[in-house]
Design a protein around this ligand. Sequence first.
Ligand SMILES: [Zn+2]
Length: 1038
Amino acid sequence: MSQQGYVAAPPYSQSQPGIGGFGPPNSSIHYGHYGDPNSSYSAPQPGVSKSAVPFGSPAPVGPPPPGAQHFSPNSFQNGSGTPGQQPQRFQGPPPPGNTGPSYPPYSHQSQAAFPNTAPASSTAQLADQLNSMQINNYVSHTGPGTAPSSSVSPGHRAAFQGPQVLPPAQQQMGLPPAPQLPPPPANSVNGLCAQPALPPVARQGGIPGPVPPNPNLQHLPGQPPGPGYHPQQANYGPQMAAPQLSYPGAFPSGPAQLAGPPQKKLDPDSIPSPIQVIENDKAARGGQVYATNTRGQVPPLVTTNCVIQDQGHASPRYIRCTTYCFPVTSDMAKQARIPLAAVIQPFAAVPPNETPLYLVNHGETGPIRCNRCKAYMCPFMQFIEGGRRYQCGFCNCINDVPQFFFQHLDHMGRRIDHYERPELSLGSYEYVATSDYCRDKKPPNPPAFIFMIDVSYRNIKSGLVKLICDELKTLLDKLPREEQEESSAIRVGFVAYNKVLHFFNVKSSLAQPQMMVVTDVAEVFVPLLDGFLVDFEESRSVVTNLLDQIPELFADTNESETIFAPVIQAGMEALKAAECAGKLFLFHSSLPTAEAPGKLKNRDDKKLLNTDKEKTLFQPQGNYEALAKDCVANGCCVNLFLFPTQYVDVASMGLVTMYTGGTLYKYNNFQLDADSPQFLSDLRKDIQKKMGFDATMRVRTSTGFRATDFFGAIYMNNTTDVEMAAVDCDKAVTVEFKHDDKLNEDTGALIQCAVLYTSLSGQRRIRIHNIGLNCSSQLADVYRTCETDALINFFAKSAFKAILSQPLKTVRDILMNQTAHMLACYKKNCASPAAVSQLILPDTMKVLPVYMNCLLKSCVLASRPEIPTDERAFHRQLVMAMGVADTQLFFYPLLLPLHSLDLKSDAVPAAIRCSEERLSEGGAFLLANGLSMFLWLGASVSPELIQGLFNVPSFAHISTEATSLPDLDNPFSKKLKHILEQIQSQKPHTMKLMVVKQREQPEMLFRQFLVEDKSIYGGASYVDFLVCIHKEISQLLS
Ligand SMILES: [Zn+2]
């Protein structure tokens, strides 16, 4: 995207309603997504696509010319009898009738309303009773009276629900009614949740917020920096909280108001629990086969393990949607304000027990495509006229079936080879592309990896350079390859740099590597072609020799200044000269201050926080955008491993990485001993990743709606082609859709995502994912099929994109407003009549408020001076590329009790809610969010457990310096190690383990991740947020 391309995307491009400016939910002025006159969408622009050819070409407008024949004469020679044209590996899934335990379409009605598995204490019993009152009020659709209201005793009500006693017949949860909250202060800029300043008493503890159950946790002395934070910036002590007690104006900060008499406070057990939702889904759908044979069915949650069987729609591993039923009209969509989006992870890893994608090869004919809209042959094409023609499911155009592809239809009108061809019966498959889909119509060369090592003083002294070189010697044997191939086709090259560039010739015929220095960094050129990119097998001895020599060569360096942009430029030029796509691996430590293009200066300015200029902190300096564009155009993906000790302007340095589909890794204050395992694990995983290079993605839709906005580690040259220099298994693109006509309930809403890319072996391919969604004129159908995890992914990415162009407060307000709108619309239109004071949440959005609050509290959106700007830019960049599973864990961390591990079972224990009150002094807990991992030990954890984990006799003997657990020969330790591996295995970043003891200093770091509690940065607790949202909904509906 160009800078201009970042003009706020819907819903952020809307002019914002002012304070209290909410109308009824169907009031169009508040609608965030539709009817935006400045929508970035326009007709596809010709010409700018890097792959000029059929893939990127705009669809012709209007009907095809009569008798148009788009296939080369060759296609007629490739008759159906030609062996080469048959699908090679595909045996087809069995017909749906024979598929064993396929999962039935998702039914919320069948799901028990909040079964509570907590131990039977009086509180738990009460929670049971409250839960049975349908906090998940989707079922309220069936009318009041489905759960016996007598299950809640009047006494309990009085104690936990405050004065607002539910009418007996109501099924909804009673929250403290809005009037209990004081009105917003007159000077509030927000009007939503802003509270008057807290009374002084709330400040005395140092940390804002209600007093937690364990007061000892409150009074930590001033914190030293925890690992991972800059010493000069980390400051978690009491003093940080004093100036401001909440996000300025954004969050409810009202412990004073809420921490009244106990009976007025909402019991956390009575509000929807993410853990309960996750566990319910696991219980209902875990371990089963989920077959994708039904349009519009809602898949199991990302947190539920099941086996997915492709039966005509793409696996949820590849595509997840915010709702699986689109409203038929844009008016309905405007009313509900539910974003219509798909999160597409086109190269998602599939477990070994699921079928990998089939490869279809039509030889020189290439893939079969609709003449008009260019959609690829797929299960949505309808064969007619005895099989001689087919109607495109996307544009309805009638196409001739190419002769070689002809097949008779059975009595159902289905081709008799339906189950023999992946492109007729599967949601996902690949096509081998023809030369028409290649640059300059030439088959591509295999990709290359170029390792570019910063050999300035600090990296040499810290031992990092030697570490990298030593690791590469073994790692280069593990370059990724196609499954059927014995060795990797990927070539490798090496550059060392500080203020100048050192290229190395490692040609196999040389006895010694040769070095060539390029000092003119203003106009970088590549001094050698032959011998720079080599096959590691062939050049093994020269490369090994080089890797031995690099640390020695620069051992005496005094050079502390570095360049950065010219390094990327050089890598890109080298790939260009070799006519291949590829990936650069940069290992870099400092702000590039040497005189050269891309020179950066420290511009970190905390005074910009909470001003209209805060957004500039996230915008890149200099010409990095143009460099990124060049890299994408040349298929050059940039992976960046950063080892900063201070501000390095991640927003600028990381930009090329983000636009080119690369991955950014960051190791603050890298210490060889403590941090090597994490870094090396990241490097190993990254190098071995399966991925596609030089990719362009196009999303096609059936008539009536279209893709309008794209969020991810991508580059958009025009409005339709998503360009990625590379795309790996972890990268996801979130696509927002918009109506342009009425949708059809019979034919549904169909989506086809096609990714043209170069494979690891250098083969040009097209990966296709198809999914069909339902359409309905009933809002209830839309709400019933929502997926909160996908919604949060969408909201996070759209908000993190918007902060480049809008004040953060506006962005936070929009998130808040939209949440309230979605829920208000449900209450008004889908739920049975209820009192204003009752909060009613659709079953599928039960945990939307808690997740939304986690997003609002994330360090990216929290304008707090204690949070390093680089950390915020780093998180922002990571989230932009995340899939649904990664955002779910990132925003709501996994918290596992370890003291009660079942050593006989292989399963990971059930998680608990991320709140301090769920911890216990006698317990040990593991917390992970995909980036950080903590082992928290209660002060009175049993000596046996300590012995079993650490092999030391007592709590006092445990070293918190350790970043991993010792390998011990006891069942407990082995089980825990196994769990750690399981959690780690599915995550792109390696999490460094931090051992945290209760009441010791680093505990503050850990506490940030207890996301249901009030944040140390002032973000609201879950309870407070829910009250606030409830108030907002009540206002909208009054
Ligand atoms: Zn078509």
